[in-house]
Design a protein around this ligand. Structure first.
Ligand SMILES: C[S@@+](CC[C@H](N)C(=O)[O-])C[C@H]1O[C@@H](n2cnc3c(N)ncnc32)[C@H](O)[C@@H]1O
Length: 336
C-alpha cells in the first residue's frame, strides 16, 4: 500500500482557485488579446485593465497552470488556449466557461444547501421560472447559454459524426439542438444527410445564424416547438444531447417514448450525455454534472448507460448499445 499523502486532498480542496483563475482570464479576454500579438507585462496590464499589484501574479499563475507561455518576459497563448479560447476563432469554446463564471461559480457556492434540501440553487431558487424561461427572457443570456452548449458539445459532435453509421440513414433531427453544433457537424461530415434542429422558438435566429456560418443552411433547418407537447417531425434518426439529464425520471421516459413513436421501423435514437459508468465510481465529471443538474433544475439527474438502456427498452426500442465518445461523454443508441 502506498504511503498516505495530503496532496490529492489539497489539490481538489483548493481546485476552485485554479478554476476561477481560468474563468477570470476568459472573462477579461486574456487569450483573445494574446492571439493578436504576444505581449510583455506592462502592455498586457494596460490592455486588460489589470491592477499593478495583481497583474504579474495573475499572468504567471496562468503560465504555471499551462494556459499561457512566457519567454524572455513575453507572454503568449499555448496551442490549446489559442485555438479554443480566442473569441475571434470559430473553434472558440469559451461560451461554456463564460457561463460557468457568470452563473455556475456563484450557484455552486450553495451546494451544501442543495444536497441538504434537494432544491435547485440558480435563478429559479424559491419558486422562480424554469431555467429555460429564465435564460431565454434575456437575449444576452440566451446567446450566452446557447454558445455555452456549443462549447460543451463540440467534441461529442465530432465523435458522433464519426462513430454513428450515418450512411444507413437519410434524415435526422437534433431534439433540443441549441445553436446547432451537432446537426451542423454531422451535416458537414455527411453531405447525403438532411437534418432538423428542434428547439424552443427564441432559439431560431441564433440557430440559423450558426448553421449558415458553417455553410449547411440548405440541409439543416430549424423547427420551433415544445418537445413535450408538439408533434415531432418524422425522421430516421433522433439525437438527444444533454437533454435527458435536464428532466426527472417520468419526463425522461416521456421524451424517449415520444422519440420512439416518431421514428419509423429501423429508425434510431442517439442519446448522449456525460453518461455515468454502471458501477458509479469512475466518471467523476458525469457524477458532478448530476450535482450541477441538482443546482440547475427541479428534478434533473445524470444516469448510467444501464439506466438509459433499460428506459429505452421499456418504451419499446428493441436493441440498445452504449458507445464511448470523447472524454466523459458516451452515447446510447436505441434501434426501433
Ligand atoms: C442542455 S441544452 C442541450 C443543447 C444541445 N443538445 C447540446 O447538447 O449542446 C437543452 C436544450 O433543450 C432545449 N429545450 C428545453 N426545453 C425544451 C422544450 N420543452 N422543447 C424543446 N426544446 C427544449 C433548450 O432550449 C436547450 O437548447
Amino acid at each position: 500500500m502506498s504511503a498516505a499523502t495530503p496532496e490529492h486532498i489539497m489539490q481538489v480542496g483548493t481546485g476552485f482557485w485554479a478554476s476561477k483563475t481560468l474563468l477570470s482570464a476568459v472573462e477579461l479576454g486574456v487569450f483573445s488579446a494574446l492571439a493578436d500579438v504576444p505581449a510583455d507585462l506592462p502592455t498586457l496590464q494596460k490592455k486588460l485593465g489589470l491592477h499593478q499589484r495583481s497583474a504579474r501574479d495573475f499572468l504567471d499563475a496562468l503560465v504555471s497552470l499551462k494556459f499561457l507561455q512566457r519567454e524572455n518576459g513575453i507572454y503568449s497563448n499555448t496551442a490549446d488556449t489559442d485555438l479554443f479560447l480566442d473569441r475571434a476563432k470559430p473553434s472558440y469554446i469559451g461560451g461554456v466557461l463564460e457561463m460557468a463564471n457568470a452563473r455556475l461559480y456563484g450557484f455552486w457556492g450553495s451546494l451544501t444547501e442543495a444536497v441538504r434540501t434537494g432544491e435547485l440553487q440558480n435563478e429559479g431558487k424559491g419558486g422562480g421560472k424554469d431555467i429555460f424561461a429564465t435564460l431565454y427572457a434575456d437575449p444576452d443570456r440566451l446567446r450566452g447559454f446557447l454558445s455555452a452548449m456549443s462549447g460543451v458539445s463540440a467534441g461529442a459532435a465530432q465523435a458522433i459524426a464519426g462513430k454513428f453509421p450515418w450512411r444507413d440513414y437519410k434524415t435526422f433531427m437534433d431534439l433540443g439542438s441549441a445553436q446547432g453544433m451537432v446537426p451542423a457537424t454531422v451535416a458537414r461530415a455527411h453531405p447525403h444527410l438532411t437534418g432538423i434542429g428542434f428547439d424552443l422558438p427564441p432559439v431560431k435566429p441564433v440557430f440559423e445564424e450558426f448553421v449558415a456560418q458553417r455553410g449547411v443552411e440548405d440541409r439543416v433547418r430549424f423547427r420551433a416547438g415544445n418537445f413535450f407537447e408538439d408533434p415531432l417531425p418524422k425522421v430516421d434518426v433522433i439525437v438527444m444531447g444533454h437533454i435527458l439529464h435536464d428532466w426527472d425520471l417520468a419526463q425522461k421516459k416521456a421524451l424517449l417514448g415520444r422519440a420512439f413513436d416518431a421514428l419509423p421501423k429501423g429508425g434510431a435514437v442517439v442519446v448522449y450525455d456525460a453518461i455515468i459508468d454502471d458501477d458509479r465510481r469512475e466518471n467523476a465529471f458525469g457524477l458532478m454534472m448530476s450535482l450541477n443538474m441538482l443546482i440547475e433544475t427541479p428534478g434533473g439527474f445524470d444516469y448510467t448507460g444501464a439506466d438509459c438502456q433499460a428506459w429505452m427498452r421499456e418504451v419499446g426500442f428493441s436493441k440498445t448499445r452504449l458507445e464511448p465518445l470523447v472524454g466523459p461523454d458516451s452515447m446510447v443508441i436505441g434501434l426501433k
